[in-house]
Write a protein that binds this ligand. Sequence first.
Ligand code: NDP
Ligand code: X2W
Length: 331
Amino acid sequence: MTLTDSTIPGQAKAASGKPVVFIDGAAGTTGLGIRERLARHGQVTVKDIPDDKRKDPGAKRALMAEVDLVILCLPDDAAKETVALIDDLGASGPKVLDASTAFRVAPDWVYGFAELAPDQADNIRAAKKVANPGCYPTGGIALLRPLVDAGLLPADYPVTINAVSGYSGGGKSMIAAYEAGTAPAFELYGLGFAHKHLPETQKYAGLSRRPIFIPSVGNFRQGMLVSVPLHLDTLPGKPAAADLHAALTQRYAGSTYVSVPPLDAAPYAAGRIEPEALNDTNRLELYVFGSDAHRQAVLVARLDNLGKGASGAAVQNMRLMLGLADTGSVD
Ligand SMILES: NC(=O)C1=CN([C@@H]2O[C@H](COP(=O)(O)OP(=O)(O)OC[C@H]3O[C@@H](n4cnc5c(N)ncnc54)[C@H](OP(=O)(O)O)[C@@H]3O)[C@@H](O)[C@H]2O)C=CC1
Ligand SMILES: CC(=O)N[C@@H](CCC(=O)OP(=O)(O)O)C(=O)O
């Protein structure tokens, strides 16, 4: 088979001195975001497949036998097909990082949210198969899991998650519809209570009761807010909003990408927050807006759906899986 870079088939890693990666679906929204980041950081060699062969299983299989890691940026069914090809390669086959929803709650896959728990980065380092988290679950789990672990939020609490995403979250077809002016300025969806992100959100947030999850999409390209309203008097010990903020601050202390801005940060003073501030970064910010007078709070996560919600997280996971240094830059 013809490879489109200069490394030697079968000896690619030795020739370049860098691990070799193949991105299946490199022309899609998530794939392009990963490619751009990899080109910027220069830590790996990316092996390309000729355009006329990009959906050819035989060509993919031959190429994948020669790489260290395959990153899948495909619809679920296509991701399952490529994983079957990798499984056929056996123990000598490459590691795989999947950006689709197909394997996020599968028992033999590791969930690729490195900040999920203190040992999760090590689990990702050791794994052969890692599922990159969904964009909305990244925000929801980051907010909820520390509060469940700390006993501040009961596992069976009736959680509601609301969220808004930029239209790039819907991939090439939704981007085309918004850019053609044929999509609504704003809409709620997921109103069948069965959005594809519910299983991973419930599992990794540690919730025993299925949350209500109502996403929405607006006429802006990228950026995301995920929010969880809480009546503080319904929580054990009737905490103040500041107690929830303190628990999140403690959990993410020292994290490179997840931060809990202090209670004098600008969005608190303004009483409002917009979704685009972290675009083109791998950062995730967590806020706890609250009213002591009314005993109410809203947890809010802000992230770039294409950054920490997709391509940024994929590069973070890739580095762990390949033993590469984290450059410490926020993108
Ligand atoms: N956009 C986002 O914010 C996020 C997306 N994801 C996930 O990442 C995956 C990709 O999504 P996204 O990038 O948005 O989707 P896009 O629709 O933008 O891109 C998907 C790409 O996959 C290609 N493709 C489809 N089937 C095959 C195949 N059999 N072999 C090779 N290439 C194929 C498509 O090509 P063609 O158009 O020619 O069919 C297209 O280029 C999805 O599973 C999605 O759920 C994850 C996190 C966030
Ligand atoms: C605005 C929009 O449509 N967003 C997508 C989620 C983005 C995505 O594809 O999520 P994954 O991380 O699971 O792949 C949706 O709700 O289906």
